[in-house]
Design a protein around this ligand. Sequence first.
Ligand SMILES: [Zn+2]
Length: 80
Amino acid sequence: MINTQNVAPGIPCPIQSCGNKIKVTIQDLLYNKVIKCPHCLVEFTMSDEALKDTKSAMADLNHVSENAEKTKGSSEKSTD
Ligand SMILES: [Zn+2]
């Protein structure tokens, strides 16, 4: 049984005037996908990029990132 509470360092709220960092768990990311900012109460979905970033941050926190660095190297989009 896994009994770790993986907590992300924080996802920046998409509302610029808010600027809150929203703490989410890995479960939130995996199962909910919809994140709610407790500060301004906006709801938003995580982009794949944000998900990857947050997950890698979590992995880094837990020092388990060493063998998880397999890049599929197929989806390189420049989103701006
Ligand atoms: Zn917010």
